[in-house]
Design a protein around this ligand. Structure first.
Ligand SMILES: CC(=O)N[C@H]1[C@@H](OP(=O)(O)OP(=O)(O)OC[C@H]2O[C@@H](n3ccc(=O)[nH]c3=O)[C@H](O)[C@@H]2O)O[C@H](CO)[C@H](O)[C@@H]1O
Ligand SMILES: [Mn+2]
Length: 297
């Protein structure tokens, strides 16, 4: 091989020599339906910011902190201020039954927080699944004309690194860290045909985490409304899906494929260590004592 050829960067030829786009031969970066899977090394943030900055977008971020989960708020908000959509307008919508206990966190320019007083439940399952209905109604009653994109995140999460406009898309889901690289047979989908969340063993693409939902308002409205209706049908039939709204979300994404998928960088689980494919942990679940924080076992 001539020295010229040896030095020739074939990848750069296709990517206008973007230094940040190195490619990721170690993981899959695209779904079978051609939606990108966002990993470090697969995007150029400068290019992406140029697209979204021009559109002057607002991102709504819903978070629920009911009962003892208010204790997660300080770290959640402080770390989100450091890393989540920095440089964009962000409006937090914080649902809680303890408005007095919301910590005072200094928000950056263009960022605001609205507290919504919400009744709680004596079942954590109910608290978690009710989020679908609350988000559905929030979009209907509040957000039209006020936001372009919305994310819903678990409050027991903490940001450690950049989470920006590369995560935006029409309909966005996250690959659950616990099921990354596992086969569909191992996914904990709802397997009882009596539930609206039922997925047979021979179906399913990925196992999505219930902790992250995102996208354009209309798409997330359709998602939350559909899941809420399916949850209502299940309730009327006295059945609760194995992982509540997460099971219904997985069913929804099976038939309404996300247009963008976030890799486990966006919802890591520290107890899994740091495998070589995890070049960056952007957001991770806080290790919690379930028995201590939840209202019921
Ligand atoms: C990482 C991930 O994908 N987590 C999902 C998983 O377990 P998790 O163990 O992550 O569920 P969780 O206990 O964090 O509950 C989900 C969320 O509901 C809220 N909450 C819950 C209980 C409570 O007493 N107070 C309160 O505010 C809070 O925002 C919390 O983050 O399965 C749940 C449904 O079973 C949800 O789909 C979670 O998103
Ligand atoms: Mn959680």
């Amino acid at each position: 091989m001539s020295p010229e050829l040896e030095d020739f960067d074939f990848f750069a030829m296709f990517t206008s020599k973007s230094k940040s786009v190195t490619g990721r031969p170690d993981v899959s970066t695209i779904t079978p339906w051609l939606a990108p899977i966002v990993w470090e090394g697969t995007y150029d943030l400068t290019v992406i910011d140029n697209i979204y900055k021009q559109q002057n977008i607002t991102v709504a971020l819903t978070v629920f902190a009911l009962g003892k989960y208010v204790r997660f708020l300080k770290d959640f908000l402080e770390s989100a201020e450091q890393h989540f959509m920095v440089g964009y307008r962000v409006h937090y919508y914080l649902f809680t039954d303890h408005p007095d206990e919301v910590p005072a966190v200094t928000l950056g320019d263009g960022r605001q927080l609205t507290v919504i007083k919400t009744e709680t439940s004596n079942r954590w399952q109910e608290i978690s699944l009710r989020r679908m209905e609350k988000i559905e109604k929030l979009i209907e009653k509040e957000l039209t004309d006020k936001a372009d994109y919305i994310f819903s995140l678990d409050v027991d999460c903490k940001f450690y690194a950049h989470w920006g406009a590369e995560s935006l898309g029409d309909l966005v889901g996250v690959q659950h860290a616990g099921f990354f690289g596992k086969s569909r047979k191992e996914f904990t989908y709802e397997r009882r045909p009596e539930s609206q969340a039922f997925i047979p063993f021979e179906e399913g693409d990925y196992y999505y985490g219930g902790a992250v939902i995102g996208g354009r308002l209309d798409k997330v409205h359709k998602l939350t409304k559909t899941c809420r209706m399916q949850l209502d049908v299940d309730r009327a039939n006295h059945i609760e899906a194995v992982w509540q709204e997460e099971s219904h979300l997985n069913k929804y994404f099976l038939y309404n494929k996300p247009s963008k998928m976030l890799s486990p960088e966006y919802l890591w689980d520290e107890t899994k260590g740091k495998p070589s494919y995890m070049k960056v942990v952007r957001c991770s679940q806080v290790v919690k004592n379930y028995a201590e924080v939840r209202p019921n076992p």
